[in-house]
Ligand binder design. Sequence first.
Ligand code: HEM
Length: 480
Amino acid sequence: MSSKKLTTTAGAPVPNNQKSLTAGNRGPVLLQDYQLIEKLAHQNRERIPERVVHAKGWGAFGTFTVTHDISKYTKAKIFSEVGKQTKMLARFSTVAGEQGAADAERDVRGFALKFYTEEGNWDLVGNNTPVFFVRDGYKFPDFIRTQKRHPKTNMRSATAMWDFWSLTPESLHQVTILMSDRGLPKSPMHMNGYGSHTYSFWNNEGERFWVKFHFKTQQGHEFLTNAEAEKVVGKTRESYQEQLFGAIEEGNFPKWKVQVQIMPEEEATNTPYNPFDITRVWPHADYPLLDVGEMELNYNPDNYFQYIENAAFSPSNIVPGIAFSPDKLLQARIFSYADAHRHRLGTHYEALPANAPISEVNHYHKDGSMRFFDNNSGNPDAYYEPNSFDGPVEDPSAQEPPMKIDGDITRYEDQDVIGNYKQPGDLFRMFSTEQKERLFSNIAEAMAGVPIEIVERQLVHFDGADPEYGAGVRKALGLA
Ligand code: HEM
């Protein structure tokens, strides 16, 4: 028998947690059975809204260790010396499925990281692919609509997906990856992660560099074919949770090598592609991968809801030495995530244990729901700024160097139409014969039931990347 006494939420002892209070042995329940009402009322409030995208996820805590010195590019303290370790949280996810979706579904995987640095939280909210379907945040809600359920059938719609992709040629790079082996990893441990966007570093001398982040799996790439995935899902919908949670419980800690590509600030104007376009990669031959460190996941939280469901990652969380770039899609995300968190978790979501920084937090945001914590300044008179009462003040050393921009304000058309096909074609030509065959059949399966005019429109894009690509898909579709 436990020595711990069960209490009400107000701390009073609970005399009985099994039997309702009734009038007589066979009589009705009394309204004064406050504990019964409290228990039912709490249950009704157990769910919070699921993430509007990336609802199904798996996560764990871990450690980031610096293995190589990159302090000439960034003043961020997380990278300040070789051997330095920083606690971090990772959450992997599928994009389209709801919270109860099966894990082994073909989809892009989220690769969201939160580093609890001494200068505040740095969040890198990436995917397992280096590119994305669209390059402009204006298109994101429409794109996501094509991935979610049809309003009438309440089913996912292959027609909507291929209609949108075929009308959005910049999606071809990401579609090619999604339909390749990389679109269905065996587990979260068997995939790479990418920051995907171009971010920036700035150093103590006030120099800026553009940067892309890469996380290379040390477990090797493993994937499932569609047929294998059907069998997995037939047995368990939680294959990723089982594998990630199980490996960490057994002490078999998954690791990723962390690397960066660096571009000096002024070179961005000279590249033949727009280096701020998330539908393009930077060729490794031009911008080689530099080793930075290692990420290891080594600790399962005791409470999934508290630490994984309550985790709120946002590209807006940067630290001195790391900053944004003019990438249009990134700019939209800087707004979108904190807005989503305020809706999903509440105003003070950053104070929840999963999100609370290890560094001291001093701000002047006041009151609101969930304001259960002090303002930390220890000074009730300093509740506005500037003040004469020793309240927290700004730190100019956290100001990034000025960035020069010029240009006319308008809604620009992308000029590099050929560029939509070049990199997907290069990627296709790197695939082995077997990889190409799987790509063709995965696409053909995913196109089942799609009207022929939409299929034909998409085939033109495959042809544009490589005639062999279009021909292979046509044959798999029986259209050759
Ligand atoms: C989740 C918006 C593009 C990766 C989310 C959420 C929103 C969102 C609202 C849910 C947040 C929550 O409730 O916690 C957007 C918008 C985009 C965009 C507006 C484009 C303008 C991207 C891109 C990537 C990405 C390009 C990767 C490179 C993720 C990940 C999550 C997520 C990994 C799940 C985070 C977690 O595990 O909690 N996104 N997204 N998103 N997004 Fe995006």
